[in-house]
Design a protein around this ligand. Structure first.
Ligand SMILES: C[C@](O)(C(=O)O)[C@H](CC(=O)O)C(=O)O
Ligand SMILES: [Mg+2]
Length: 302
């Protein structure tokens, strides 16, 4: 593609997938995390549904957050960074009309794509027991509704299948093929348990990009990029890695303050003021302000 073409967010995500194999997609719980991800050199970011529920609402990932809740977090992150963001749209929050609205609202919020999953509305985390699925036909209807509703034709509609844990690896592949045939651009193969399973999955999906979710403490081993590349995986997702680390650090700081009455021993866990300001580009804001005040002073002079 010529360089002067301005890509839509969806176009940017597709370009990122072409530029890196597999594309590392990293969860950013809020706008500041997104700035950190930019600094670290990522080409695409992710808004986790669990993250919205846990971090923005203090709730478990059990279908308790709404489209508006997610859009609000998307908007805040998108305002802070140019990186394309893939958004967790859970089950799409309803039937065909609602899914159409989900796609339009997410696009308007600035998302580059989203994934919809084949769980029932009372969804659960993909790595927990007790998941229930809708029929493959119902999921295909969700996908068709999403594809039809696209306003950014490059917006990525990714179908997630949770079938592996419920119906087994063969059924997961069978469903994923049906979802791709229904128009899904990419497939999120949730909670596979071995590299061989990814190999079989990607082989069965041909050119349709497959995402592996490398969420920690779940069902999937923490496979390396080399392994994933060799297995044909096109996107490697780390939805909550930074969030988990932040939480651990925060808990330690709170506990230490209570126990020791001072934060001295946990200072090494903290980002310094200088580092914070560097990420925020604080000095350039200050310079703008200084220049503005200097101008005002000149005007005030008789
Ligand atoms: C990817 C995921 O859907 C998310 O919301 O981030 C979760 C991640 C997790 O709970 O570890 C999932 O895999 O269901
Ligand atoms: Mg989720």
């Amino acid at each position: 593609m010529p360089e002067h073409v301005i890509l839509s967010p969806g176009g940017c995500l597709r370009a990122a997938i072409e530029s890196e194999r597999p594309l590392q997609v990293v969860g950013t719980i809020n706008a500041f995390s997104a700035l950190l991800a930019v600094r670290a050199g990522f080409r695409a970011i992710y808004l986790s549904g669990a993250g919205v529920a846990n971090a923005s609402f203090g709730l478990p990932d059990l279908g308790l957050t709404t489209l508006s809740d997610v859009c609000e977090d998307v908007r805040r992150i998108v305002r802070a960074t140019d990186l394309p963001i893939l958004v967790d749209a859970d089950t799409g929050w309803g039937g065909a009309f609602m899914i159409a609205r989900t796609i339009r609202d997410l696009t308007q919020a600035g998302a580059a794509g989203c994934h919809l999953e084949d769980q029932v509305q009372a969804k659960r985390c993909g790595h927990r027991p007790g998941k229930e699925l809708v029929s493959s036909e119902e999921m295909c209807d969700r996908i068709k509704a999403a594809v039809d509703a696209r306003t950014d034709e490059q917006f990525v509609v990714m179908a997630r299948t949770d079938a592996h844990a419920v119906e087994g690896p063969a059924a997961a592949i069978y469903r994923a093929q049906a979802y791709a045939a229904a128009g899904a651009d990419m497939i999120f193969a949730e909670a596979l348990t071995t590299l061989d399973e990814y190999r079989e999955f990607t082989a069965a999906l041909g050119d349709v990009p497959v995402l592996a979710n490398l969420t920690e403490f779940g069902k999937t081993p923490l496979l390396s990029l080399e392994d994933l590349r060799e297995a044909g995986v096109r996107l490697a997702l780390y939805p909550l890695s930074a969030f988990r680390a932040m939480n651990q650090a925060a808990a330690q700081v709170y506990q230490t303050l209570r126990a020791e009455g001072t934060q001295r021993s946990v200072l090494p866990l903290m980002q310094t003021r200088a580092e914070l300001y560097d990420v925020l580009n604080y000095e350039s804001y200050e310079a703008t302000l200084d220049a503005l005040f200097a101008r005002q002073k000149t005007h005030e002079q008789p």
